[in-house]
Design a protein around this ligand. Structure first.
Ligand SMILES: Cc1cc2nc3c(=O)[nH]c(=O)nc-3n(C[C@H](O)[C@H](O)[C@H](O)COP(=O)(O)O)c2cc1C
Length: 181
């Protein structure tokens, strides 16, 4: 191969690498279900990952979590989050995940929407639940105006069936990532 051909091909490769979309998975998880999906997605598409952590999160994992969590949702609370390790502004495609709490997204996401203004991004939404996504996606989309919502996917009873849910998440994320290759 001549030197000229080599330079030609390496310039094509580096141009393609420049145009590769940067992808970030952002999620909140109280009990691990949403984390499992987020990690499966990030692993499958080699995306960076940002977990939203609440500074003083609900202390109980027992029945009272429904009371304290539900109360926060109804009162539209925005619990303080720990500092982020990644800046969403630096990414082109964002996967955003939440557990369903009282028929909608968890309060940590409300804080995220309040604190971080994301615009002109491609966004794939996901949620985990034990029944239905209810109004979760609808309400997330209202908070994300000015972005392009490219997909939505919900996962039920994740930790009761981790293998299947993880596989479903990987297939979903892989199909989305392929759109940007
Ligand atoms: C405060 C609270 C409210 C919930 N509300 C709902 C609900 O409205 N619908 C539903 O299907 N599941 C509901 N769940 C169950 C969670 O959505 C489900 O277990 C989810 O996968 C948990 O995700 P995580 O483990 O990432 O926190 C609720 C759980 C909590 C703690």
């Amino acid at each position: 191969m001549s030197l000229l051909t080599l330079i030609f091909f390496s310039s094509i490769i580096s141009r393609n690498m420049d145009s590769a979309k940067k992808m970030l998975v952002i999620y909140y998880s109280f009990e691990g279900n949403t984390r499992l999906i987020a990690e499966a997605v990030a692993h499958e598409i080699k995306a960076d990952i940002l977990e939203l952590k609440v500074k003083n999160d609900i202390k109980t994992k027992g029945f009272m979590k429904f009371f304290w969590g539900g109360k926060q949702v109804v009162q539209k609370k925005t619990p303080e989050l720990l500092p982020f390790s990644k800046d969403p502004a630096e990414y082109d495609v964002i996967f955003l995940g939440t557990p369903v709490w009282a028929y909608t997204f968890a309060p940590a996401l409300r804080t995220f929407f309040k604190d971080i203004k994301i615009k002109d991004k491609k966004i794939a939404l996901f949620c985990t639940h034990e029944g239905s996504p209810a109004k979760t996606f609808e309400n997330m989309k209202k908070e994300l105006e000015g972005n392009d919502i490219i997909s939505e996917s919900d996962f039920a009873d994740v930790l009761k069936n981790p293998r299947q849910n993880s596989l479903d998440a990987k297939i979903w994320a892989g199909n989305i990532a392929n759109l940007f290759k």
